[in-house]
Design a binder for this molecule. Structure first.
Ligand code: G4P
Length: 527
């Protein structure tokens, strides 16, 4: 295919993820995006909401419903002659590693906050992960139809907690709970919103001049107007360069429930978020968009839908034109790979995907050879950087309750390791010894146990181990660490070595005594 067409198609694409705390409104917002794109005629028609939340974990709640949130993984819709790819992320800190993997496949993120809650300690890690990737982040302060915090206070909190300076593009007129519209700071105009019944259809918008706004809205307008002047004075104004570097974040205020501000946000994804660009390779070069097809796998999931008991590997296209059925090369295995079973996943429906361009996400069904981080390519060989696993923070052991289920147990263990549900850490010198399961959050173990039992028929018994903390290490340091008491060196699926310590005190002393040893965190987050 000619390079101009590929570049033009890439330019039309916006690939992003929404990250949010549970309950901040990610699902509602996603539905509203579909409403505004015309993909659904009325909000609420995508899935029945009732009974969706079991609160045990996002994953299981979604598991029960198999609604749009989990089975979708990626939604593709058209908006303003663009193709929008919206990737799902789990909204809980325990799954921050999943979020990190999804963020490897997007060009921008929308961070949704509940106006009354701001950034909560529990989900801080999720946002830090986003910040750690230095990607452009658009902030959406949701639920402004209800009493919330002062927006200036929220801006301070975001900066204090995650070091992200926000630059409001829209500013609310009317306090939380009495939301009338927004000032669009790009042109200073007032956009007044009108509620529709249950927010099922688009909220009508009316552009009102300053004089009329002052007359109609009185004190609410005065206050918003003054605050906007303050924002001008302190220079909190959208700056494309620092936005692209992940240092500043354009901020929008709205209400996904009533649709207020949803269009502004969706417009900003088109206008502000970047189109796919040449991707960095392991060698530090960049694969131009118009080169032949290349893609990398960022997510693998088996048994997503009970009616399709299969395994789907999701890849993001980085260059060229993908055509279903094309022969490509599997970089890690260095062997040909066929792409006959390419699908998109929307709700519980699967559609065959016939083609894709940079930025698109394609599910490859029953591609059992594909793992997270694998590269597929046509034309000149290329490999994209692996997606690092976090150092685990919790260490458990697992064994099948019924020993006759050992085979199913081992099969499930391998599968869930490859999906990154937990990390299976093994003693590389004694591969048959019982592994240690590593996770960032407790719920990962719950999902692990739940899936082993339900999908593989092996009920498991989990128990905490005495390990307290892990650091990534190399072979030289590993050899030294093995000599110490209260330590162990284990390897993960991708060959990463982790040094485990039985206390944070021992780690601190080891680091202090041996400053030249390699004992590092994989991703720097505070929480
Ligand atoms: P999540 O995916 O981030 O977990 O959040 P979700 O969209 O499910 O929203 C969580 C709750 O917040 C839902 O209420 C939803 O209706 C509500 N919500 C979302 N956006 C807004 C908003 O802009 N304003 C207000 N006031 N509420 C909002 P629920 O009662 O838990 O569920 P439901 O019975 O409404 O479905």
């Amino acid at each position: 295919m000619d390079p101009d067409t590929i570049r033009a198609q890439a330019d039309r694409r916006r690939t992003f993820a929404i990250i949010s705390h549970p309950d901040a409104g990610k699902t509602t917002l996603t539905e509203k995006f579909l409403l505004y794109s015309g993909k659904v005629a009325q909000a609420g028609s995508v899935k029945a909401r009732g009974g969706r939340r079991s609160a045990r974990s996002d994953w299981m709640a979604m598991e029960q419903d198999r609604g749009i949130s989990i089975a979708s993984t990626v939604l593709q819709f058209d908006f303003r002659d663009h193709v929008v790819n919206l990737l799902d992320t789990p909204g809980h800190r325990d799954f921050s590693e999943d979020t990190y993997r999804v963020l490897a496949a997007v060009d921008a993120a929308v961070m949704v906050l509940d106006a009354a809650k701001g950034i909560e300690a529990q989900t801080l890690k999720l946002f830090e992960v986003c910040k750690a990737r230095e990607m452009p982040i658009i902030t959406f302060v949701n639920k402004w139809d209800r009493p919330g915090r002062e927006p200036l206070e929220l801006m301070d909190q975001i900066e204090e907690l995650i070091g992200l300076e926000t630059t409001p593009v829209t500013w609310p007129v009317g306090p939380g709970g009495d939301f009338r519209g927004v000032i669009d700071r790009r042109d200073g105009g007032f956009v007044r919103f009108t509620r529709t019944s249950r927010g099922a259809t688009e909220a009508p918008e009316e552009l009102v001049d300053a004089e009329t706004a002052a007359a109609d809205e009185g004190a609410a307008w005065e206050q918003a107007h003054e605050e906007v002047m303050l924002l001008d004075e302190i220079g909190a104004t959208h700056d494309p360069k620092s936005f692209m570097a992940g240092e500043t974040s354009p901020l929008f205020v709205g209400s996904a429930l009533t649709n207020f501000g949803v269009r502004h946000l969706l417009d900003s994804v088109i206008d502000l978020a970047p189109a796919p660009a040449a991707r960095e390779t392991v060698e530090g070069a960049y694969r131009p968009l118009e080169e032949p097809f290349s893609a990398f796998v960022f997510k693998v999931q088996a048994n997503m839908d009970p009616s399709h008991r299969d395994r789907v590997a999701f890849m993001r296209v980085n260059s060229g034109h993908f055509e279903r059925g094309m022969q490509v090369t599997h970089e890690r295995l260095n062997k040909p790979f066929t792409t006959k079973f390419a699908t998109s996943v929307f709700g519980s429906d699967r559609d065959t995907v016939d083609e894709g361009y940079p930025g698109d996400v394609i599910g490859l069904v029953n591609a059992s050879d594909l793992r997270i981080g694998d590269t597929l390519f046509a034309g000149d060989a290329v490999a994209f950087p692996p997606i690092p696993r976090f150092e685990p923070e919790l260490f458990w052991s697992a064994r099948p309750v019924d020993v006759s289920k050992s085979k199913q147990f081992r099969k499930g263990l391998d599968q869930l390791d490859e999906e990154g549900v937990v990390q299976v850490l093994r003693d590389l010198d004694a591969p048959t010894a019982s592994p240690v399961l590593g996770a960032v959050g407790q719920m990962q173990f719950e999902v692990f146990a739940h899936r082993l039992e339900n999908e593989f028929g092996a009920k498991v018994e989990l128990a905490p181990t005495s390990w307290a903390v892990a650091r990534r290490t190399d072979a030289a340091t590993a050899a030294e660490v093995r000599q110490l008491r209260g330590t162990r060196v284990l390897g993960s699926l991708d060959g990463t070595l982790f040094a485990l310590f039985d206390s944070t005190g021992r780690l601190a002393r080891t680091e202090a005594d041996n400053p030249d040893w390699l004992l590092e965190r994989v991703v720097e987050t505070a929480g």
